[in-house]
Design a protein around this ligand. Structure first.
Ligand SMILES: [Zn+2]
Length: 445
């Protein structure tokens, strides 16, 4: 309970404008779904548009598989009992998860931009900094369409698998830099617009314009920056969910890409399917780009700018209550990544790096921390007394605050006001007679 109330307070601190808007004129507006009205409650529930109803970001209207059901009973209505749960995984849920993920030494979190309403676009990077292997770069983003909370669940399951200590997770942390932008459209999620951002724009088809919405612009600029780095993106996955009670990819035909690109896609999809026998549809279940290259989707953008350099695919998971085994989906996707990029389990240094259990820190919270708040650092309860120095540093390594210097034992808690610091990325540094440990900290307005 304490945790929830602290997060609520954090959200209030972070988003006063948003809360005002939710209570005001935007409250009853529905962007692209039928209005929610009591007068309609006795009618058959309408089906909220999902990807296969409108054509997904990577697809196009005419390319759907013939005979597809447009009103699949697996699709759900905004007005079903329990619809709040179905909308699930809001911005607060993400923050709770991030507070857990940031405790892992191989996680870093930052913000690549803001939504129209000023919500941060959180971005996480997972990799083993101790690994000396030449790494590959993986990009994953989710929740472009707010109603598709399954995409958040798949992203969440992928992160949990990466950090689980499993053989697969360690293999990826050793060999790859895995980026996850878990919520591209936080305004839409919080305001419960099924498919659009605050301005009523479907971000999935907003990639072809010179000046897109702020969410797309921020993402595009970040992707360009990564593509210019020494380690450009090898695989980009765009997570969605669809009517179909199936797991599948949006495959791009040679007519809109190239024969080589189709081979790359087929190879990747084949590896993912091998990791989940019977769980994922064949590559040609949903074929798009059959009449040329569209210009408005994320995969189109990757293709037009980087061609075969980036194997970019949209992945659609199922939304059926009877299924939704997101952990298996996540393991299949990550396993497919590892197989496609040729990672092998010969050398796993991730397992040798500092695991969470051996960290000096029991907790560093809240993280991200608001400038109105205080950063609290608690030592692990079972630490014996030892000389300790805990300091906070900016991204250039300059010490900006000294939290403690002396002899401390387990369970000690240190509290640091941060109101005098600029927003941005920092890291905590703890030095004892035996070890030096760091922990990323993000400071927000
Ligand atoms: Zn979608």
């Amino acid at each position: 309970m304490l945790r929830i109330s602290r997060i609520s307070i954090l959200l209030v601190l972070l988003f006063p404008v948003v809360i005002h808007a939710q209570n005001g004129e935007h409250e009853t507006q529905s962007r692209d779904a039928p209005p929610i009205s009591p007068a309609h409650d006795t009618e058959a529930p309408p089906i909220v548009p999902r990807d296969t109803a409108f054509g997904t970001g990577s697809g196009e209207e005419g390319a759907r598989t013939p005979g597809r059901r447009e009103d699949d009973p697996c699709g759900f209505s905004l007005r079903k009992p329990g619809d709040i749960l179905l909308w699930g995984y809001g911005h607060d849920a993400l923050i709770v998860d991030m507070q857990s993920w940031i405790l892992h030494t191989m996680t870093s979190i930052d913000v690549i931009g803001n939504s129209v309403q000023g919500r941060p676009l959180y971005h996480m990077v997972f990799t083993n900094p101790a690994s000396r292997i030449q790494k590959k770069r993986i990009w994953i983003h989710a929740r472009t369409h707010p109603i598709e909370s399954e995409s958040s669940q798949v992203a969440r399951a992928m992160i949990n698998e990466l950090l689980s200590g499993s053989e697969l997770g360690n293999l990826l942390l050793d060999h790859a830099i895995v980026h996850v932008l878990p919520m591209l459209n936080p305004d839409g999620v919080e305001l419960r617009y099924p498919r659009t951002n605050f301005n009523g724009v479907d971000l999935e088809s907003n990639w072809g314009t010179a000046l897109p919405e702020p969410e797309v612009l921020a993402l595009r600029e970040h992707l360009n920056m990564l593509m210019k780095s020494d380690t450009p993106i090898d695989i980009a996955l765009n997570l969605h969910s669809a009517y179909d009670c199936k797991r599948f990819f949006i495959y791009h035909a040679a007519e809109g890409s190239s024969v080589l690109f189709t081979q790359l896609q087929q190879r990747f999809i084949g590896f993912v399917r091998d990791r989940f026998p019977g769980g994922i549809e064949p590559y040609d279940y949903f074929v798009s780009w059959t009449t040329g290259t569209p210009d408005r989707y994320p995969e189109s953008w990757f293709w037009r700018n980087y061609r075969e350099e980036v194997m970019a695919l949209t992945y659609e998971d199922m939304n059926c209550a009877a299924a939704g085994d997101f952990e298996r989906s996540a393991r299949a996707l990550l396993g497919g990544v590892a197989d496609y990029l040729g990672f092998t389990g010969v050398l796993s240094t991730a397992s040798l790096a500092t695991p969470v259990e051996e960290s000096l820190f029991a907790a560093v919270f809240p993280n991200p921390v608001s400038r109105d708040g205080r950063l609290t650092v608690r030592l692990r309860a079972d630490l014996t007394a030892r000389p300790l120095r805990i300091s906070l540093h900016d991204r250039l390594g300059r010490e900006v605050a000294l939290l403690y210097e002396g002899v401390a034992a387990g369970g000690h808690t240190f509290v640091q006001p941060v109101s005098n610091l600029a927003t941005g990325n920092y890291y905590l540094r703890a030095v004892t007679d035996r070890t030096t440990q760091t922990r990323p900290v993000l400071l927000l307005h």
